[in-house]
Design a protein around this ligand. Structure first.
Ligand code: C2E
Ligand code: MG
Ligand code: MG
Ligand code: MG
Length: 287
């Protein structure tokens, strides 16, 4: 039964109900407010060629919760996907990442995660196009990483969005390959430009024979399809050496750099004076 308390907030749960559900409900309401309150921030993790040279960054969202501190995406993206909030959150992430990357001196890649839920919205590609245009970023510098929250197969809308994105020059990467729903049939149905091997396969390299065989096979598969392969979660020199030997194209992981506020990577991105003052104006407006 729903009850409105004195503050006017409707409470759907009686005290006796499962606290897990109550927590979830609170989190959902707070998540709804988080966008308006400007509580999200982006961290950026470098992406490197196999020789270690930096080719771009992946934007990863964090939630600066007023009481809980930093909340990681694994704790709120699944809920955001279920409630539809992933669309407005994702739109903010896209705007912020494109604005940031457009301000760099170096024309590095910027990778932005998009949930399969977003991809099922009819206007997703149009949104990306308008955000890219407004930011002044060249569409070629943007890469959308599709993460698997829901099954994409048989979604004509998702397919149309992906083709539209490719038409405007945006790259599409398949994230977390080998886990969840992300499957071989996707590679056949969707126009991906890159495959990211999930870090669960990289973690046990090179010692674990199963992981080694899987990673080797995925690299072979990618190259057979003419798709570059990027390995996530590279933490050790031994992992890197294995990946280099097997012909992996790019790497990402703590060995190269952790996700950090972009200020930590200014030496790599550069930032021109002119852009800096523009970015300052924007952040003043937002505040
Ligand atoms: P992902 O896109 O596969 O991102 C890689 C995750 O692995 C990140 O976790 C990153 O911090 C972590 N990672 C990178 N290198 C290493 C390493 O060497 N070792 C270990 N142990 N971990 C490493 P994070 O930032 O917690 O993000 C988790 C997931 O949340 C992301 O996985 C992505 O699926 C999702 N996510 C993050 N930001 C967004 C977003 O803006 N929108 C959507 N839809 N999803 C997002
Ligand atoms: Mg990703
Ligand atoms: Mg991934
Ligand atoms: Mg992942």
């Amino acid at each position: 039964t729903a009850k409105a308390d004195k503050s006017g907030v409707t409470r759907f749960f009686e005290p006796a109900m499962d606290t897990r559900f109550r927590k979830r409900h609170v989190l959902q309401q707070e998540l709804r407010l988080a966008i308006a309150r400007n509580e999200f921030v982006l961290h950026y993790q470098p992406i490197a060629k196999i020789d270690g040279s930096i080719v771009g960054f992946e934007a990863l969202v964090r939630w600066h919760h007023p009481e809980r501190g930093i909340v990681q995406p694994s704790e709120f993206i699944p809920l955001a996907e279920e409630t539809g909030l992933v669309a407005p959150i994702g739109e903010w992430v896209l705007r912020e990442a494109c604005r940031e990357a457009a301000s760099w001196d170096k024309p590095l890649q910027i990778a932005v995660n998009a949930s399969a839920v977003q991809l099922k919205h009819g206007n997703f590609a149009a949104l990306v196009e308008s955000v890219v245009q407004r930011s002044g970023l060249s569409a070629r510098r943007l890469e959308i990483e599709i993460t698997e929250g829901v099954l994409l197969t048989d979604s004509a809308v998702a397919l149309r969005n992906l083709h539209q994105l490719k038409e405007i020059g945006v790259n599409i990467a398949m994230d977390d390959f080998g886990t969840g729903y992300s499957s071989l049939s996707y590679l056949q149905s969707f126009p991906f430009d890159k495959i990211k091997i999930d870090r669960s396969f990289v973690a046990n390299l090179p010692g674990n024979a199963q992981s080694a065989a899987i990673v080797r096979a995925v690299i072979g598969l990618g190259h057979g399809l003419n798709l570059p392969i990027i390995a996530e979660g590279v933490e050790t020199h031994k992992q890197l050496a294995f990946l280099a030997r097997e012909g992996c194209d790019e790497i990402q992981g703590y060995l190269i750099g952790r996700p950090e506020a972009i200020e930590s990577y200014r030496m790599l991105t550069g930032k021109s004076q002119k852009r800096k003052s523009k970015a300052k104006r924007n952040s003043t407006q937002a505040a």
